[in-house]
Design a protein around this ligand. Structure first.
Ligand code: AHM
Ligand code: MG
Length: 333
């Protein structure tokens, strides 16, 4: 089988479909290279002195792991000097990171969750990196937080890496979804799945059921119907999976269908769900839609939500279209 590298894929895509300008191609390659470095650090585990807590808190008040901070640094350093970016924003940093004046500036904005699934780092369960690319407004001066507050529909690229038994990179530039596997010996990304499509029908769902007592009625109704199995209104048995790494749950759904939910619940009204719109929900929604699935916040398409804050949280329902449409319709009933 002829191996197609990430570089070759991007160059051909640029030539044939004109969807990837040269600067964006460079950006994606730099992010992919950073993910390779993160994968290496993650893979060292206890041998790399990278495990455990850094004893600091991020802007969300969550205790940071050493690998959260290392991954953030890797992405910042890799992307600073290439000339393709105006600024970056990260789940792990309070405010935006403009490109330092000593480097040339480009027209893109990069957002990332450097290491998603933090609770799984120390227990050797799959974790990953999620990223989203926006275009800076024309004639933008010194970048501000405001420049990042664009709805997900404005994304020009999004992707995630999973550091699991294999390291994979899943990418969209708005022309379908492709998966690349890291060849660890060669150090290169090889195209291994073209035009991924989420199966429309599914018998699998993902939700943290320990929060069931806090759920709002539409979620309770939907999950109860699934749990009722073939004797219930759905007339079919459903299986449940919850990895607690969104990257791994979404990757499973891209490959064999399913629905992923992190709803808002009654615990903290000011905190609608756990996942962040800009670093997690938007890029995953872009990928899922590009693979024929759907992603909503229960009321509307996630990518239509106008962001108000960089670190804003949003309820998430994503995956196979028919299931996402059903649970969304229960919110409107
Ligand atoms: P993180 O970015 O701090 O790792 O949090 C996001 C993660 C998701 O990957 C995952 O779906 C969710 O948190 C799991 O949350 P919980 O521990 O509440 O089940
Ligand atoms: Mg994270």
């Amino acid at each position: 089988m002829k191996r197609i590298s990430l570089t070759q894929y991007l160059v051909e895509e640029q030539r044939q479909n004109n969807t990837i300008p040269a600067e964006l191609r460079l950006l994606i390659e730099v992010v992919a290279r950073a993910c390779k470095t993160i994968s290496h650090a993650v893979g060292k585990g206890a041998l790399g002195e990278v495990m455990g807590s850094a004893e600091t808190e991020n802007v969300q008040g969550e205790v940071q792991k050493k690998l959260d901070i290392i991954s953030n640094e890797i992405l910042l350093e890799a992307n600073e000097w290439g000339g393709h970016l105006a600024a970056m924003a990260s789940e792990e940093m309070e405010t935006i990171h403009p490109i330092p004046n000593r480097y040339p500036k480009g027209e893109y904005l990069l957002l990332f969750d450097p290491l998603d699934g933090s609770s799984n780092i120390d227990v050797n369960v799959s974790i990953g990196t999620i990223f989203s690319v926006l275009k800076a407004a024309e004639g933008m001066g010194e970048p501000t937080e405001q420049d990042f507050l664009q709805p997900g529909s404005q994304q020009v690229a999004a992707g995630y890496a999973v550091y699991g038994p294999q390291t994979v990179l899943v990418l969209t530039t708005g022309n379908g979804v492709n998966c690349f596997t890291l060849d660890r010996e060669m150090g290169s990304w090889v195209l291994t799945q073209r035009n991924m499509q989420i199966p429309a029908e599914t018998r699998e769902f993902a939700i943290n059921a320990s929060n069931a007592r806090h759920w709002f009625p539409p979620v309770t109704r939907y999950v109860n119907e699934l749990l009722a199995g073939d004797a219930g209104p759905r007339g079919s048995n459903f299986n449940m999976r919850w990895i607690a790494s969104m990257v791994a749950d979404v990757h499973r759904i891209l490959n064999r269908g399913g629905v992923f939910m992190y709803p808002a619940d009654a615990r903290e009204p000011g905190k609608p769900g756990k996942l962040r719109l800009m670093y997690e929900a938007n890029p995953m929604a872009f990928i899922v839609e590009q693979a024929g699935g759907a992603a909503t916040n229960g009321a509307r398409r996630i990518m239509d939500v106008q962001p108000e804050k960089l670190h804003q949280r949003v309820p998430v329902f994503l995956g196979s279209k028919s299931e996402v449409e059903r649970v969304t319709s229960y919110h409107q009933a």
